[in-house]
Design a protein around this ligand. Structure first.
Ligand SMILES: N[C@@H](CCC(=O)N[C@@H](CS)C(=O)NCC(=O)O)C(=O)O
Length: 220
């Protein structure tokens, strides 16, 4: 396989795909994109008009693959030696896809919108976004009370989605002390070697993050 990943080491959706790549130990050429640089934007935009990353280019198969979940699904069959991130069983796979959606839609996206609101200086009412994150926290707490990982006892795509979503959401809405299962799950995620590697690579860029001061000291 000959792969290029268009990404940035600080970007949360890129973290999701990096966790999957490191879980599978798949080699790739990293292509860092600076969205503030015109030439980089033009390069990414020529491949994917929404100009968002992560974006994967498979040179061998001449395929351009956008969207973090789709990239993880695309790569999964190529890493047959490792446990799959999407189970072969259709019902188990559905649970993984459901929890991947929950992490993206109800933690990651509201978190991203709060950060964007801050960066744009729009000072909009983000209470609805915060409430969505709190609802998701409660739901995840119940889910992981009886499971090691988001969709069962095997690390999956849902956990790849959860790691960056919870890492950054935690800086905006700290995990409530009473949600002990969620907090234990967060610690398991942060201890996972693939996640630690992603966070170590992001570390030099953390000062660029607007809520840098809320990143727990153990990650700095
Ligand atoms: N649904 C997309 C979301 C990707 C996304 O929002 N990426 C952010 C970085 S974390 C981005 O490219 N932002 C730049 C922009 O929106 O201009 C996915 O799952 O890959």
């Amino acid at each position: 396989m000959s792969l290029t990943l268009y990404y940035h080491p600080l970007a949360s959706y890129c973290h999701k795909v990096l966790v999957a790549l490191y879980e599978h130990d798949i080699a790739f050429e990293p292509r860092t994109i600076d969205l503030g640089a015109e030439a980089d934007r033009a390069e990414l935009g020529a491949l994917w008009p929404f100009c968002k990353f992560p974006l994967l280019r498979d040179h061998e198969r001449q395929r351009t693959v956008p969207e973090s979940s789709i990239i993880i699904e695309y790569l999964d069959p190529f890493a047959a030696a490792r446990p799959p991130l999407i189970p072969r069983d259709a019902n188990d796979a559905l649970q993984v896809r459901l929890w991947d959606r929950i992490m993206d839609s109800y933690v990651h996206e509201p978190m991203q919108d709060i950060v964007l609101d801050h960066l744009r200086g729009t000072q909009g009412d983000v209470s609805g976004l915060r409430a969505t994150i709190q609802t998701a926290y409660g739901l995840i707490d119940t889910q992981v009370a009886t499971r090691s990982w988001a969709a069962g006892d095997t690390f999956s795509m849902a956990d790849c989605a959860a790691a960056p979503a919870l890492f950054y959401a935690h800086t905006l809405a700290p995990l409530p002390a009473e949600l002990v299962h969620l907090r234990a799950y967060f610690d398991r995620l942060m201890d996972r070697p693939s996640v630690q590697r992603v966070l170590a690579e992001a570390k030099p860029y953390f000062p660029m993050y607007p809520f840098y001061s809320a990143i727990p000291a153990r990650f700095l």
